[in-house]
Design a protein around this ligand. Structure first.
Ligand code: NAD
Ligand code: TDX
Length: 351
């Protein structure tokens, strides 16, 4: 066996793509997936690799220090790729404490366990923390986030992620823990929970329901296909420098309303509906509180130092995504359960 790697949040959207990539690409590694299986965690995401000899799943909660310590006693981890988090901005506005607990306390538990268990072996270990571009705040019409941009988080979600980034850096500076951090832009692709814009819109269009666009739809996001993010994580984990930060982006900025219109055209074609049918579902609703205007990434450090760049265009990635959701009705039915319906009703009823 080669390395033993702990991936946290591996049953979630991005985590499941990272787990699959590592299990397939590194048959001599043991991949241990720690996940609490919250509403966002779904083992169906990993059904194709669950019986592989180099894969283990452990149901545990990173906010529970005892559970984390037990796992560190059971396995001799060479590296950690930490993705477990509460990840939806709207939920952070209604339930900020859940974000403080998992994103901050949970990250510190992992840092403490690694610090103690890896004592004397720091030179051969990696603690890789996965973060978001939202920690940098909101851009105006011009400019890009880089690794040197000052932090300016503006939602409970981004503030909790910023806090966890600071703590990861603090453990590096104070204790010498060997860390790496990356901050990525908006991901999209298969297995994303349909509370996030793209899968929510696909699901609603499929069911001929309103597509809720916040405000005037003028907010801008940079979008990256999830498998390209997983590849960047692989490259940074293996070749990135200890103590460094890398920003990851798709070089692919879209106004929400333009993105939704493109998605509508793709859905009309895929569902054999007359052109314009899906666009009629667009409904402008009350804006998100504190809605960040624009995110955009300058990923040239990653390109220049580690030769990573996105492999798909947005149109290619969106078609793959739409095809996946239309072909995986069972997956969608299972995640859009009673709890989600209640959340959806509450979230959108007064907008
Ligand atoms: P997700 O919500 O789909 O998945 C999160 C996973 O973490 C789930 O499987 C969930 O069960 C697990 N989890 C939550 N709380 C836990 C706890 N207390 N203990 C153990 N497991 C727990 O999220 P995602 O979109 O896949 O994001 C993964 C990571 O990437 C997050 O850290 C997020 O901040 C970051 N990120 C996401 C995006 C994006 O566009 N989705 C972009 C940049 C960075
Ligand atoms: O119903 C909606 N209508 C709408 O107009 C939803 C859910 C969103 N939006 C808007 C808000 C944003 O401007 O679409 C944009 C994208 O929204 P989300 O999919 O909720 O993503 P965002 O808030 O940008 O955050 C995402 O990217 C960065 C992820 O959820 C984070 O986990 C990641 O860190």
């Amino acid at each position: 066996m080669g390395k033993t790697i702990l991936i946290t949040g591996g049953a979630g959207f991005i985590g499941s793509h990272v787990v699959r990539l590592f299990v397939n690409k590194y048959p001599d590694y043991l991949i241990v997936n720690l996940d609490k299986l919250t509403y966002a965690g779904n083992l169906e995401n990993l059904a194709d690799i669950e019986h592989r000899p180099n894969y283990r799943f452990v149901k545990a909660d990173i906010t529970n220090l005892q559970q984390v310590n037990t796992l560190f006693h059971e396995y001799r981890f060479d590296g950690i790729i930490h993705l477990a988090a509460e990840s939806h901005v709207d939920r952070s506005i209604t339930h900020p404490l859940d974000f403080i607990q998992t994103n901050i306390v949970g990250t510190v538990n992992l840092l403490n366990s690694a610090k103690e268990k890896w004592q004397g072996h720091y030179h051969e270990k990696i603690f890789y923390h996965i973060s978001t571009d939202e920690v940098f705040g909101s851009l105006g019409k011009e400019g890009y986030f880089t690794e040197d941009t000052a932090y300016d988080p503006r939602s409970p979600y981004s503030a909790s992620k910023a806090s966890s980034d600071h703590l990861v850096r603090a453990y590096h500076n104070t204790y010498g823990l060997p860390v790496k951090i990356s901050n990525c832009s908006n991901n999209y692709g298969p297995n994303q929970f349909p509370e996030k814009l793209i899968p929510l819109a696909i699901n609603n269009i499929k069911n001929s329901q309103a597509i809720p666009v916040y405000g005037a739809g003028e907010n801008i996001r940079d979008w990256l296909y999830v498998e390209d993010h997983a590849k960047a994580i692989d490259v940074i984990f293996h070749q990135g420098k200890i103590g460094e930060t890398y920003t990851i982006g798709g070089n692919n900025e879209w106004k929400n309303i333009d993105l939704i219109r493109l998605l509508c055209r793709i859905m009309d074609e895929k569902l054999n509906r007359p052109v314009g049918t899906s666009e009629m579902l667009i409904t402008f609703v009350t804006d998100r509180a504190g809605h960040d205007l624009r995110y955009a990434i300058d990923a040239s450090k990653l390109k220049n130092e580690l030769d990573w760049s996105p492999s798909l265009t947005f149109e290619q990635g969106l078609v793959l995504t739409v095809d996946w959701y239309l072909a995986n009705e069972r997956w969608l039915r299972h995640v859009v359960n009673g709890d989600y319906e209640k959340y959806y009703e509450k979230q959108y009823q007064h907008r």
